[in-house]
Design a protein around this ligand. Structure first.
Ligand SMILES: O=C(O)CCC(=O)C(=O)O
Ligand SMILES: [Mn+2]
Length: 196
């Protein structure tokens, strides 16, 4: 994709396309996804303890692509028409193929995602992760794993596309922090490619 610069100072590549989808398209996708996705609050295992995730999630993808994530194994549901349409658009714009997607629903500013890397072994060595956002803007934080002074905040707005690739997942962690602001709902979809 052209017209964007790498936002990372070193050790990976992150590109942002703020208005990838128009406001009108984004409003419609938000509406459809709120209605049709089978949203659930799932447990994860942290330090051997089972806790509920602070957001709702769903997995969609090609048949037979199992995915383990923070101590749980997920069997994805098959793509909906709307997800197939979004996938087709980001595939033609990025030139990358995706066969699975994690959907996150942040109900308000109290829903969040902790620091992590998208480095599950199913994703291969240098995964390409394509993240699209609809609804409330949220702050996406990045921090370098060993150089503690390297930090970056990116505002993920309604209709934005964020691409993480190269060695990013080896060196950088990312998170969506809680905020006290009264926020509306936000949906984020991270498209991934699960290697056989
Ligand atoms: O909601 C976001 O923008 C981040 C989602 C994320 O990091 C993930 O799904 O792994
Ligand atoms: Mn992630």
């Amino acid at each position: 994709m052209t017209g964007s610069v790498n936002l990372l100072p070193k050790d990976g590549e992150v590109f942002l396309f703020p208005g990838f989808f128009t406001i009108k398209e984004s409003d419609w996708y938000l509406d459809q996804l709120l209605k049709e996705i089978n949203w659930k609050q799932e447990p994860i295992v942290i330090f051997g303890k089972q806790v509920m995730q602070p957001r709702l999630t769903a997995w969609y993808g090609d048949e037979g692509k199992l995915y383990s994530y923070s101590g749980i194994t997920m069997k994805p549901a098959y793509w909906t028409k709307v997800l197939q349409e979004i996938k087709r658009r980001i595939e033609s714009a990025t030139g990358h193929r995706f066969n699975s997607a994690l959907l996150n629903l942040y109900r308000d500013g109290q829903d969040s995602m902790g620091w992590h890397r998208d480095n599950e072994k199913e994703l291969g060595i240098d995964p390409v992760i394509c993240s699209v956002s609809f609804g409330a803007s949220r702050k996406f934080q990045l921090k370098h794993g060993s150089e503690k002074s390297l930090r970056l905040n990116i505002e993920l707005t309604h209709g934005s596309l964020l691409l993480m690739q190269g060695s990013t997942q080896h060196h950088w962690l990312h998170a969506i922090p809680k905020t006290a602001k009264p926020l509306q709902v936000r949906i984020n979809i991270t498209f991934r490619y699960i290697v056989d």
